[in-house]
Design a protein around this ligand. Structure first.
Ligand code: RFL
Ligand code: PHB
Length: 389
């Protein structure tokens, strides 16, 4: 088989890239190791920043998002028994949307298949050859091959495309955090209208949502926490304690329909390209979820890559392709900093220094961002998403 752009991975990055390229008349094939049902049910991100919302609308895949997504104008930071609202829209003029990543994945798969696009499920990529030639070849399934002009590595952190880059080419910057998140999805109406990020003495918790009848909640736990030690009652008990306020707060409980532990890391591989391979999304960089940036970065990468490929196919101009990695990495590092900063401010760390020094700094920082307009605006403009570059 042969195509123009061979895309590895049908996550938000790979699917959106295929869709955007089709808008420029560029052909692609998406190869995905998992089944369609699996990728459509995988519960992950929930927060879309302003640029992401706009891009999905411009690309003609925003209809269900606009009908079902929940527009948010603020978030709450909760600590010391009190809630403090960050009025993001008042401070920045922008809003965010809560709409599940798997819903975007469903919308994109439908759009690709309706347009006659090729998305091959249960097609695991085992290797990529000839990246330093102008005819790279992707190997998948039982001995099949896809020949293309360019390979887009959109296969996430554990994928194979980054591994295909020869040793010594990439510089990797990494931080592994000493905790993870236990995430649940519960069939119960959200207990608040806005997200709550709680920096409790017992550890961080986050109250998010997916719909008027589905609540998404997270608890800071050990990175290697055994989910078997967390029966539903224990999860609710811990959430109740961490979300509590001095006035009292009723967290609605309901049947838990999904639970999983995710370790947390920051990871950036540079450059994001090698020969005819371009990495996008989690294949090139990972952020801890505290800043809600991972999927938004993945989407920004493929926007930049689409423009670069359209220029190259259109006029043979390689300038944007050559600038691809540098253009993306500026935003990646801004978001890596923001995600690290939010993570550091909100979680309990195993070693907090002499007399709880680090904890005192966290509380001083929380106090500052919730009382200073300048500090709150800085948080808000990063959260809703900085301007496109
Ligand atoms: P994905 O979604 O991991 O998709 C990669 C796809 O590649 C496939 N694949 C292969 N296919 C063929 N051959 C192979 N050899 C392959 N190896 C892998 C995989 O099956 C998969 O389908 O990467 P992509 O597209 O770069 O998207 C990135 C996002 O998924 C990720 O950044 C976000 O989910 C991160 N994230 C959040 N991001 C946000 O912007 N806002 C949030 O609120 C947010 N919350 C979160 C998150 C991630 C979380 N977890 C579980 C890590 C909350 C959590 C708990
Ligand atoms: C989510 O709804 O899954 C979510 C929201 C905000 C975050 C991370 C995850 O920072």
């Amino acid at each position: 088989m042969r195509t123009q752009v061979g895309i590895v991975g049908a996550g938000p990055a790979g699917l959106l890239l295929s869709h955007l390229l089709a808008g420029h008349g560029i052909e692609s094939v998406v190869l995905e190791s998992r089944s369609r049902g699996y990728v459509e049910q995988r519960v992950r991100a929930g927060v879309l920043e302003h640029n992401t919302i706009e891009l999905l609308r411009e690309a003609g895949v925003g209809k269900r998002m606009d009908a079902e997504g929940m527009v948010h104008e603020g978030i709450e930071l909760r600590f010391g028994g009190q809630g403090h609202r960050i009025p993001m829209t008042e401070l920045t003029g922008r809003t965010i949307m809560v709409y599940g990543q798997q819903e975007i994945v469903k919308d994109l798969i439908r759009a690709r298949l309706d347009a006659g696009g090729q998305v091959l499920f249960d097609a695991e990529v085992t290797g990529v050859d000839g990246l330093d030639t102008d005819r790279p070849v992707i190997r998948y399934g039982d001995g099949r091959t896809l020949e293309c002009d360019v390979v887009a590595g959109c296969d996430g952190f554990w994928g194979v495309t980054r591994q295909a880059i020869p040793d010594g080419v990439l510089t990797v910057a990494e931080r592994v955090y000493p905790f993870g998140w236990l995430g649940i999805l519960a069939e119960v109406a959200p207990s608040t209208d806005e997200l709550i990020y709680a920096a409790h003495d017992r550890g961080f918790m986050l109250h998010s949502m997916r719909s008027p009848t589905l609540t998404r909640l997270y608890l800071q736990v050990a990175p290697d926490e055994d989910i078997g030690h967390w029966p539903d009652e224990r999860i609710w008990e811990e959430l109740d304690q961490r979300v509590a306020t001095d006035e009292g707060f009723d967290l609605a409980h309901g049947p838990i329909v999904e639970k999983a532990v995710t370790p947390m890391r920051s990871f950036v591989a540079e450059p994001m390209s090698y020969g005819r391979l371009y990495l996008a999304g989690d294949a090139a960089h990972i952020v801890p979820p505290t800043g809600a940036k991972g999927m938004n970065l993945a989407i920004n990468d493929v926007r930049v890559l689409t423009e670069a490929l359209a220029a190259w196919y259109g006029s043979g101009d390689r300038e944007l392709l050559e600038a691809y990695s540098g253009t993306c990495l500026r935003r990646v590092w801004r978001c890596t900093h923001f995600s690290w900063w939010m993570t550091a401010m909100l979680h309990r760390f195993p070693d907090e220094g002499e007399g709880g020094f680090d904890r005192r700094l966290q509380l001083a920082q929380l106090e500052y961002v919730t009382t200073s307009k300048a500090a709150a605006t800085s948080l808000a403009e990063n959260y809703v998403g900085l301007e496109r570059v």
